[in-house]
Design a protein around this ligand. Structure first.
Ligand SMILES: C[S@@+](CC[C@H](N)C(=O)[O-])C[C@H]1O[C@@H](n2cnc3c(N)ncnc32)[C@H](O)[C@@H]1O
Length: 404
């Protein structure tokens, strides 16, 4: 599933999804189905920079949508937006509404939005629960304000600040989560220091010098996660195999059977130390030299191609990914979206290109993507290592999606 800005050609699908909810009397206060023509001016009031309109798409089909609109016209309310989420009947309970909501919370700060509001009927329990799962609280109760088929219905204003503000109860939960995160981060730094006194340190130093653009500390952490983690390993952007070999050594030393999958489209690279005319040829040669060929499945292609995604799923089978090494191009969020359904709870994440100078065009978009996922609570940061690498964990939310 992908989320993108809606275009006018999507309007028939948007209206179809909307109209399907009218007879349920659960979602909209509209009592009759609407038409594309009637909705055109409403659609055109949106803009990607201020009040976006997004569609969720699967294959070529629009399966859900979310829009932002002004909460109230006065300037002082500029930072508050109302959102509406609609999901195609056939695609409910598959996380579509959840993904759209998550995206809205993550993107709100960059749109200048500091609070989100959802207007939900009091009897629409599934939608109320979904919003609550994403930190929305009941900010207002408007009793009997809607007349639906002769019945008075209540309206609830669900709201949350972006980023979230903590109430007293939430504060202590946030505090204990922060304490745990600080202790996990410190323990990771301590682990790294311990490895500096082990033979793997000098082994990986040689691997780094010969085959890797990453910092030695990052290779050591990749080795560590591959060794201690449960689940398989997915690497996106192998290049000539530095990080792949570090992960393979970790799998070898774990004494367990873990699949190590790496995606690399190949090509040539000019680089003072690691230049190559044929990435894939050198990758295969380097894995063979380090005797890890048998442990690694190379998928030759780009991370986001349908054939690559299929090949990764086929190789994993029912297994989950316990470590993701993301060091391809700048589109970190795109790659995470492609494989997130296979991440284990607490999947370790090593994401490069988080920090650097503006001259490296990968840095700004990569950092924006990572920061947005951290803001949405999907990624938990545990440290910043080497030249430019973000290290942390995936945080799974409740998988169930409800009627919205
Ligand atoms: C910075 S290098 C990876 C360096 C490697 N991690 C190391 O240890 O040296 C990035 C690699 O990602 C590959 N790449 C770029 N876009 C990709 C994509 N969409 N999917 C998979 N690999 C990609 C490039 O071909 C390149 O080999």
């Amino acid at each position: 599933m992908t989320i993108r800005d809606a275009i006018e050609a999507d309007l028939p699908a948007i209206v179809r999804i909307y109209n399907a909810t009218v007879p349920t009397r659960m979602v909209t206060a509209e009592l009759e189905p609407t038409t594309v023509e009637a909705r055109l001016s409403w659609f055109r009031e949106h803009s990607p920079e201020q009040y976006p309109f997004w569609v969720a798409e699967s294959g070529d089909r629009v399966i859900g949508w979310l829009d932002f609109k002004k909460f109230l016209p006065r300037c002082a309310y500029r930072g508050t937006a109302e959102i509406s989420v609609y999901v195609d009947e056939e695609f409910r309970r598959r996380g579509v509404g959840q993904r759209l909501l998550e995206h809205a919370i993550a993107r709100a700060p960059s749109l200048g939005i500091t609070a989100l509001i959802g207007l939900i009927f009091g009897h629409n329990e599934p939608s109320l629960k979904l919003f609550e799962r994403f930190g929305f609280e009941r900010w207002a109760f408007l009793p009997g304000v809607a007349q639906l088929d002769g019945m008075e219905r209540d309206l609830i204003v669900m709201g949350r600040h972006c980023p979230a503000r903590s109430t007293a109860g939430a504060k202590s939960l946030v505090q204990s989560q922060t304490n745990k995160r600080v202790s996990d981060s410190l323990s990771l730094m301590h682990t790294l220091m311990q490895y500096r006194h082990e033979s793997i340190h000098s082994q990986l130093l040689k691997i780094r010098d010969k085959y890797s653009m990453l910092h030695l500390d990052v290779l050591i952490l990749i080795y560590h996660f591959a060794k201690i983690g449960s689940g398989d390993i997915l690497e996106i952007g192998a290049f000539v195999g530095g990080a792949t070999i570090a992960a393979a050594f970790g799998v070898r030393d774990s004494g367990r059977n873990k699949k190590l999958i790496t995606i690399e489209p190949g090509g040539s690279v000019k680089h003072k130390r690691l230049g190559t005319r044929n990435i894939l040829r050198d990758l295969e040669r380097n894995l063979a030299r380090q005797r890890v060929t048998e442990m690694v499945t190379i998928i030759k292609g780009r991370s986001f191609d349908a054939a690559t995604i299929r090949a990764v799923h086929d190789t994993l089978g029912p297994d989950k990914i316990g470590l993701l090494i993301l060091d391809a191009d700048a589109a970190k969020r795109r790659d995470i979206e492609c494989y997130r359904d296979k991440f284990s709870d607490d999947c370790w994440m090593v994401i490069d290109d988080y920090y650097g100078t503006d001259s490296n065009e990968k840095i700004t978009p990569s950092r924006t993507d990572v920061d947005a996922l951290v803001a949405a609570g999907s990624l938990e940061p545990l440290g910043f290592y080497g030249w430019s690498t973000w290290v942390g964990r995936w945080r799974r939310r409740d998988a169930g999606d409800q009627l919205v």
